[in-house]
Design a protein around this ligand. Structure first.
Ligand code: HEM
Length: 241
């Protein structure tokens, strides 16, 4: 009895401490990304460092669910999902703001790949840039809905099934982020007419992160499927798989 109380006390960290720790992780991580690419122009350096940190926080948030299904001890990390998700979205908002102010300078047409021609009309020049930004905008909108709906208050207002549906579809947000990031990491700067910059060192770690999340999700789904199958009466097991 005593041991249980001690263990749960040791593992329980209040929400204020969690917020503080996630802020500290975000600041240290962003600083490390900034320093690792010190030779880049300020705008690219900052928006990418913050974008990269946002992806890491959202990946942590995505990993906790399957991890806790695979390793029971990891269930202690479940409350952290919320803070990782919320600060991931806050960083994505800052990342977007830097792009809007520093790259497209609030010219909305440029955000969607158009450029102002000397004749005074906008012409489409960067289809990939436009599409990747649209995917980023949808991801940001989705992330905002998830972050706003992750409080206890909205959990009560939305009622169980709707809230659960919203939170479970976080995988859609993750897929949008993966496509958006992959475009800028592997494709955008490949240009036949201009010098191709040095590859971003984040390319391989990003591929590793995406693979790790897929492996975790597959392993957790496989474990859930096996547990359900084992609980079925023997006669029905062959039908199930
Ligand atoms: C959940 C939302 C978002 C996340 C997690 C995210 C994340 C990222 C990441 C990780 C990168 C690549 C960083 C690197 O190359 O190291 C990136 C690049 C970029 N993102 Fe986003 N992004 C999001 C939303 C948006 C939105 C809404 C826009 C447009 C308004 C946008 C525009 C861009 C641009 C233009 C780049 C290229 C930056 C550069 O080359 O300097 N992103 N984003």
């Amino acid at each position: 009895m005593n041991t249980t109380v001690k263990t749960s006390k040791r593992l329980t960290i209040g929400w204020k401490t969690r917020h503080l720790l996630v802020i500290i992780i975000s600041v240290i991580g962003t600083y490390a990304f900034l320093e690792s690419r010190a030779q880049w122009s300020e705008m690219h350096r900052w928006n990418r460092a913050i974008g990269d940190m946002s992806v890491i926080l959202i990946a942590f948030s995505m990993a906790i669910g399957p991890l806790s299904r695979l390793i029971p001890r990891a269930r202690a990390a479940i409350p952290w999902r919320r803070e990782f998700g919320i600060y991931g979205v806050i960083l994505a908002i800052i990342h977007t703001f830097i792009i809007l102010a520093g790259w497209v300078e609030w010219e909305w047409m440029r955000l969607f790949g158009y450029q102002l021609h000397p004749t005074g009309v906008y012409i489409m020049l960067k289809q990939g840039f436009g599409l990747a930004n649209v995917i980023g905008i949808v991801a940001l909108f989705y992330g905002l809905v998830l972050a706003l709906s992750s409080s206890n208050w909205s959990q009560r207002i939305l009622s169980g099934p709707i809230w659960k549906y919203l939170q479970q579809s976080a995988y859609v947000l993750w897929m949008l982020i993966v496509v958006h990031t992959a475009y800028f990491l592997y494709l955008h700067f490949q240009d036949y007419h201009r010098a191709v910059p040095e590859p971003n060192w984040v390319q391989w770690p990003f591929a590793g992160l995406v693979t790790a999340i897929i492996v975790l999700q597959m392993a957790a789904s496989w474990k859930t499927w096996r547990l359900r199958r084992d609980r079925m009466p023997p006669g029905q097991q062959s039908v199930a798989g």
